[in-house]
Design a protein around this ligand. Structure first.
Ligand code: FAD
Ligand code: NAI
Length: 478
């Protein structure tokens, strides 16, 4: 006899687990199915983000940054460190502990919200609108029926194709994000394919720990989706740190034996070859729908394999919704979470809403990069008249005290109405500062509004206020 639920969520990544919590809060009898397991076979809630994405990468970024500070930054503060060394296995144990704490946190939230959790692979077994049948296979094997199903099955890494030949991940020499987060000792030479978010973050981790890192990027421009001024500054700073980044390359062959040989044609059209101890491939991610048995109910996928949805995450089938990385839009944890909450609210007849224009982007390099809204180049292309104002951290007291004056904050605002159209930043803790731009945009603020708001002194947030003042060419501290 199948167990009946109002809402069944397939996948417990940030999209799925938040959807389940919000559905339970709204009074629905809710179940969540997830197949992720630890090495011991236990459930590991939180999906890609918690297990092999956002959380472990930030743990390693922090550990490696501490190491870099101790080695290169402390002396200036009058702190001498002798006999500095790095113990990678211990660093990985800490990272795993941080992951486990997050897994357990989500399990606690499921209990608190009385969400029924089923450990295993969830697939469609048939049914019709109003009574979808879901089968769970695994340690939590069960048959469920639900009026509403939320598909939140996430994404997986895209494998490289070199000259029509697939280059399979083995996570020994050719690493995906999982392997990149678990290299047991610092490689002497590390290759990275793709100068995107993962390439820059993981490349930074292993460079700080001592690897010679080369990033090979297909596009001729660096960080094409970021503001051009930010991308230019990032290029200057990252290459100075020692990341070797080659743009416009075409990888023609990858041979993995004892090490990895990568043959490629460089931007000048010359054939090149490089050898690495390990090669991280981070060239984007693809939707994960395998195992879902979408065909059983006729759930429509689009031409790229994503579950096809409308702006409100409705699929072609009544009562079946899809959210997060498995649908169109940015592949970000907070986008998945917000879609999850919004869908639960729509099921309850409310009007949940996610505005892609105010979804912030953060790259957790050093310095960090963060932005929200439109870039200058997008505004120019759209023919929108705007004013821009920026302020360097060099002129910010808190940044000087921190010892990190790299980068700047920039606002772009409509030339006529002064409404804020975007915030772009590179510098210390801009992952936190970008929220002010998000709030401002959501409330339809003008740059003048931010310029007139009292910001604590000394704080990095004063750079945000000063950038707003700069839109009207009246900075006070520059
Ligand atoms: P996922 O997190 O992928 O979760 C899907 C879950 O569903 C998984 O547990 C999967 O096993 C399970 N599942 C799949 N199919 C089935 C099935 N049939 N039955 C049962 N369970 C199933 N984003 C950020 O915003 N900030 C960051 O700092 C960040 N860092 C990242 C770093 C790395 C290295 C990577 C790879 C990604 C990072 N991301 C980051 C992206 C972020 O991880 C994803 O956008 C996010 O996890 C998507 O959430 P989701 O819920 O859609 O899917
Ligand atoms: P990405 O889309 O950020 O970058 C991939 C890069 O690889 C691009 O620059 C692309 O031009 C390049 N590329 C593609 N094919 C190539 C080839 N054959 N040879 C060389 N270069 C090639 O994807 P990435 O870094 O894999 O990350 C996947 C997603 O995960 C991101 O888009 C992001 O949504 C998410 N993520 C978010 C993070 C954050 O928010 N801080 C951190 C890490 C990942």
């Amino acid at each position: 006899m199948a167990e009946q639920f109002d809402v069944v969520v397939i996948g417990a990544g940030p999209g799925g687990y938040i959807a389940a919590i919000r559905a339970a809060q709204l009074g629905f009898r809710t179940a969540c199915i997830d197949d992720w397991k630890t090495a011991e076979g236990k459930p590991a809630l939180g999906g890609t983000c918690t297990n092999i994405g956002c959380i472990p990468s930030k743990a390693l970024l922090q550990s490696s940054e501490n190491f870099e500070h101790a080695g290169h930054g402390f002396a200036e503060h009058g702190i001498d460190v002798k006999g500095l060394s790095v113990d990678v296995p211990r660093m990985l144990v800490r990272k795993d502990k941080v992951v486990r704490q997050n897994n357990e946190g989500i399990a606690y939230l499921f209990k608190k919200n009385k969400i029924a959790f089923f450990h295993g692979v969830g697939s469609f077994a048939g049914g019709t609108s109003g009574a979808w049948q879901i089968k769970v296979e695994g340690s939590g094997a069960a048959s469920l029926t639900a009026k509403n199903v939320i598909v939140a099955t996430g994404s997986k890494p895209r494998a490289l194709v070199a000259n029509s030949e697939g280059v399979a991940f083995d996570n020994r020499l050719i690493l995906d994000n999982d392997g990149a987060l678990a290299i047991p000792e610092v490689p002497t030479k590390l290759g990275v394919v793709g100068a995107g978010v993962i390439g820059l973050e993981m490349g930074s981790v292993w460079r700080r720990l001592g690897a010679e890192v080369t990033i090979l990027e297909a596009l001729p421009v660096f960080l094409g989706s970021a503001d051009e001024q930010v991308a230019k500054e990032a290029w200057k700073l990252f290459t100075k740190q020692g990341l070797a980044i080659e743009l416009g390359v075409n990888i023609t062959k990858v041979t993995a034996k004892k090490d990895v040989a990568v043959d490629y044609i460089d931007a000048q059209g010359k054939q090149q070859s490089k050898r690495f101890d390990k090669l991280i491939v981070s060239i984007g991610r693809i939707p994960h729908t395998a195992g879902l048995n979408a065909e059983a109910v006729g759930l429509e996928l689009d031409e790229r394999g994503f579950v096809a949805v409308d702006a409100d995450c409705r699929t072609n089938l009544q009562g079946i919704w899809a959210i997060g990385d498995v649908v169109r839009g940015p592949m970000l944890a907070h986008k998945a979470e917000d879609e999850g909450a919004a869908v639960a609210e729509r099921i309850a007849g409310q009007h949940g809403h996610v505005d892609f224009n105010t979804v912030p982007w953060v790259i957790y390099t050093s310095p960090e990069i963060a932005w929200v809204g439109q870039t200058e180049q997008q505004l120019k292309a759209a023919g929108v008249a705007y004013r821009a104002g920026s302020f360097p951290f060099m002129a910010n007291g808190r940044a000087r005290a921190l010892g990190d004056t790299r980068g700047f904050v920039k606002f772009v605002a409509d030339a006529k109405t002064d409404r804020i159209l975007g915030l772009h930043a590179i510098g210390p803790m801009v992952s936190e500062l970008v929220s002010e731009g998000v709030v401002a945009m959501e409330f339809g603020a003008a740059s003048e509004d931010i310029a007139r708001i009292c910001h604590a002194h000394p704080s990095l947030s004063e750079a945000v206020k000063e950038a707003a003042l700069a839109v009207d060419k009246r900075t006070l501290n520059l």
